[in-house]
Design a protein around this ligand. Structure first.
Ligand SMILES: Cc1cc2nc3c(=O)[nH]c(=O)nc-3n(C[C@H](O)[C@H](O)[C@H](O)COP(=O)(O)OP(=O)(O)OC[C@H]3O[C@@H](n4cnc5c(N)ncnc54)[C@H](O)[C@@H]3O)c2cc1C
Length: 500
């Protein structure tokens, strides 16, 4: 089948869906998701979306400075300024698309606070189901846009390039059966995070770094991959064998929960004046240290001083999940430990979402806009999806008519055979957890990088036309980029902590 569109968007989380809706309806858009649209990190987002709605210049300025401070000033200040400046418009746009944020009885937005923020500036939806409501709401809007075709169960395998190294679409595998090219004047990567590179993650397990892998193979610049954010408070359950960990939102600490170690001692005052409201890198590293000192693999979140009925209303998703595990918020201690959560680096883009490769854009978590620096400020990610998604759409709307329609290509034939890539995925996760986690050493990183180079060579030599092969390849390439960049940065900064 000859599929040709003006715009191909790979990924249907918040960034991909929002960008699709912002493309001028006179252009055709193909939006693909490798599973159903209900599988994305956007759907899992709990805390909310950061936006300074006050016009007070001090407060506006503080969102800018809080972001730089959390990122250890390794952020691109221009990108941070762009993010903060466009936050009010982003919220207005989401509201105009039907997204409802929680309000009080006087119809004022209910705002919460998370680590690293100087003010309460985080809007939320459905209590702790912000990402679900925002993404589901936008996805329903697609039906009203006949120019957008949504293809679920469709995985992009590789970007297609012409002789001048311009991107002209992607090869895809539809429902594990149809191997086809999708041609497009411009292609946007919106493939989200990298959680499955690690053995334990808060991410949807479909987050295998595909956009970063594809962009890397196409020659795009990839930046800041050493800055992997570990969320301090994923639910710890000794009996759990599943790799995905349930997140206990930072907003819970914003509402007064605090951390205690296994000896029931509060400890954050040893590490940061903002205590539990310190930026995530600091809190995760503090928990790591406490676990080391007490020779355990978790600490506790204490909510016993908070009203259980308030907690149930404010955090219904978390409350019900914990109850299913026989943990009662407001009564029991909640065991937590850090695990992989977010990649601050990614495919390098400018303020318009353009990568270093012609006709290739990237938005959302897979892109590196420079907003997050060495550590992301909580709840800036959903905002980044919308602000930079809009910027990329604006740029495409202005330039698309000058881009020629690419000629259809015939895909090279590939072998297809049954092979179990699970042990390989486990090996990558085990090495990355041990050697590229919260605390890193030169020896551990080198050992892992060498191991990954061996895996990469063997995968290159044995191509296989399956989703699992391409995911394995992208995991290897993403993990390699993390270790390679982590070896290059010898100092400790933000969420990259080197002891030698
Ligand atoms: C548990 C959790 C809680 C969070 N809470 C918050 C929060 O409160 N506030 C905040 O700002 N951020 C939060 N984050 C981070 C935030 O949710 C993500 O960074 C953001 O949603 C990423 O959006 P995205 O659109 O870039 O990617 P995603 O939402 O992950 O979407 C990726 C899409 O790409 C598709 N895809 C991937 N590879 C391919 C491929 N090869 N071919 C086709 N499709 C592909 C997937 O199927 C999916 O549709 C949270 C993250 C997690 C995991």
């Amino acid at each position: 089948m000859n599929r040709s569109y003006d715009v191909l968007i790979i990924g249907a989380g918040l960034a991909g869906v929002y960008t699709a809706l912002a493309i001028d309806p006179k252009y055709t858009v193909c939006l693909i998701a490798k599973e159903s649209v209900s599988h994305s990190n956007s759907m899992l987002a709990q805390g909310g979306i950061a936006a300074e709605l006050s016009d007070d210049p001090i407060r506006l300025d503080s969102h800018f400075h809080d972001t730089l401070k959390a990122g250890s000033n390794l952020n691109n200040p221009e990108a941070v300024h762009f993010l903060v400046k466009n936050a009010q418009d982003a919220i207005a746009s989401l509201v105009s698309l039907g997204i409802q944020f929680d309000k009080d009885e006087h119809q004022r937005y209910l705002l919460t606070q998370e680590g690293g923020h100087s003010y309460r500036r985080i809007l939320h939806s459905g209590g702790d189901a912000s990402g679900y409501h925002a993404t589901k709401g936008l996805t329903q809007q697609i039906n009203l846009h006949p120019n957008i075709e949504l293809l679920e169960e469709t995985i992009a395998l590789d970007l297609l390039l012409d002789a001048s190294k311009r991107v002209i679409g992607a090869s895809v595998l539809i429902r594990d059966a149809d191997y086809e090219p999708i041609m497009a004047k411009v292609t946007i990567l919106a493939t989200g995070g990298i959680g499955s590179v690690y053995g334990a993650t808060t991410n949807d397990l479909s987050a295998t770094g595909d956009g970063i892998g594809m962009a890397f193979r196409a020659g795009a610049n990839i930046e800041d991959m050493e800055f992997v954010q570990f969320h301090p408070t994923a639910l710890y359950d000794e009996s759990q064998t599943e790799r995905r960990r349930f997140l206990i939102s930072e907003a819970l600490r914003g509402e007064g929960a605090y951390l205690i170690n296994i000896e029931k001692q509060r400890f954050m005052s040893k590490y940061h004046p903002r205590l539990e409201m310190a930026p995530r890198d600091i809190v995760s590293q503090a928990i790591y240290r406490e676990m080391y000192d007490t020779w355990t693999d978790h600490v506790y979140l204490d909510t016993r001083h908070l009203d259980p009925s308030y907690l149930e209303t404010r955090f219904p998703t978390i409350f019900n999940h914990l109850q299913s595990k026989h943990i009662h918020m407001g009564k029991d201690l909640i065991p937590v430990a850090p695990c992989e959560h977010f990649i601050c680096g990614g495919v390098a883009v400018d303020l318009n979402g353009e990568t270093s490769v012609k006709n290739l854009y990237a938005v959302g978590e897979t892109a590196h806009t420079g907003v997050h620096g060495a550590n992301r400020l909580a709840s800036n990610s959903l905002l980044e999806c919308v602000v930079f998604g809009q910027a990329a759409a604006n740029r495409i709307n202005q330039t698309l008519e000058h881009i020629p329609i690419p000629h259809p290509v015939v895909l090279a034939e590939l072998p297809n055979y049954h092979y179990n890539y699970k042990p390989l995925r486990k090996k990558i996760g085990d090495y990355m957890d041990e050697y590229a986690g919260i605390v890193r050493t030169k020896e551990g990183l080198s050992l892992t990088r060498t191991m990954l180079e061996g895996l990469r060579d063997s995968l290159y030599k044995a191509p296989n036309l399956t989703r699992y092969y391409y995911e394995a390849l992208n995991l290897v390439e993403t993990a390699w980029l993390i270790t390679d960049h982590a070896l290059t940065r010898e100092d400790s900064v933000g969420c990259h902590f080197r002891i030698n």
